[in-house]
Design a protein around this ligand. Structure first.
Ligand code: 1HE
Length: 266
């Protein structure tokens, strides 16, 4: 198993706090964090390693004014890829984003500026999206003579529905502000997206890791199953999670009236 310290990273910064929260920072601001193949390879390595390294939550963020301008169009043009070549590029994107979505570690994305094309595909593989002021979402593939290849047909359609996704791709429509929250592109729209993401990450990190593993993998898997199979899988997962040792002290605290109540603050 590879350690975090052994990862060779050039396009992404990775740090882990003493309490197990990782920050994964896209670091090509001069290219608006466009996703070249090297960056995708680094994402695969990072999100393969984090769950096995005991990381409790990850914050996915970016340097500069934009989260990500999507596929590195300059590299794509320069490489003059065949259909087969690009299919393999897309499979690598899927590997990276599937590791994020199904890896069992909560991933919270801090969004700003452009979250477009493949940048939106990356953001949609996070479990929670927190947008700051000025964040906008787009799928300009149609305008570029391209098509989504990093999972948008699955994840973005899942977030906002097929009709809105088709509209974004055909018309170039951009979403921002409260409308982006209302259609489901992000869950939070706040002044300080980084601070909110840290609050969410710290709260999530207090849950037992096995509960978070189930939340951040089982729900996604179950969405891919028939209702009957999902119900069965849910029972199996709950059998494991709801009898875990780590839950016993929490249940004891509730039983003896010492646990916090689940009520809105204030
Ligand atoms: C890039 C990319 C990129 C910027 N690939 N290099 N995505 C797009 O169609 C979005 C393309 N980008 C933009 O529309 C704009 O760059 C932004 C609105 C994001 C930012 O604008 P701005 O004025 O801040 O920056 P800029 O001057 O346009 O770009 C600065 C540099 O970043 C410049 O490089 P330089 O070497 O000339 O300085 C740009 O070339 C570079 N850059 N965006 C490569 N995308 C798996 S399939 C997914 C398919 C898609 O993702 S389609 C959507 C592609």
């Amino acid at each position: 198993m590879r350690n975090i310290a052994d990862l060779k990273l050039a396009n992404i910064l990775l740090e882990v706090t003493d309490d197990g929260i990782a920050t994964v920072t896209l670091n090509r601001p001069d290219k608006r964090n466009a996703l070249d193949l090297a960056t995708i390879d680094e994402l695969v390595d990072i999100f393969t390693t984090l769950p096995r390294a005991g990381v409790k939550a990850a914050i996915l963020q970016a340097k500069g004014d934009h989260f990500s301008a999507g596929l590195d169009l300059v590299e794509h043009h320069r490489e003059n890829r065949s259909a087969g070549d690009f299919m393999h590029v897309c499979l690598r994107w899927h590997e990276a984003f599937n590791k994020m979505e199904y890896g069992g570690v909560p991933v919270i994305a801090v969004l700003k500026g452009a979250v477009v094309g493949g940048g939106l595909e990356l953001a949609s593989a996070a479990h929670i999206r927190v947008a700051g002021p000025g964040t906008y979402f787009g799928l300009p593939e149609g305008q570029r003579g391209l098509f989504t290849g990093g999972g948008a047909t699955i994840r973005v359609a899942d977030l906002i529905g097929k009709a809105r996704m088709i509209d974004m791709m055909l018309s170039g429509r951009l979403y921002r502000g409260q409308e982006a929250v209302d259609v489901g592109l992000c869950q939070y729209l706040v002044e300080d997206a980084e601070a909110t993401a840290w609050d969410i990450a710290r709260n999530a990190a207090r849950n037992p890791p096995l509960s978070n593993f189930a939340i951040c993998s089982a729900i996604s898997h179950m969405q891919n199953m028939s209702g009957l199979d999902a119900a069965y899988a849910e029972a199996v997962v709950a059998g494991v999670v709801n009898t875990q040792e780590a839950a016993k002290a929490r249940l004891e605290a509730f039983t003896t009236g010492k646990a916090d109540k689940i009520k809105p603050q204030g």
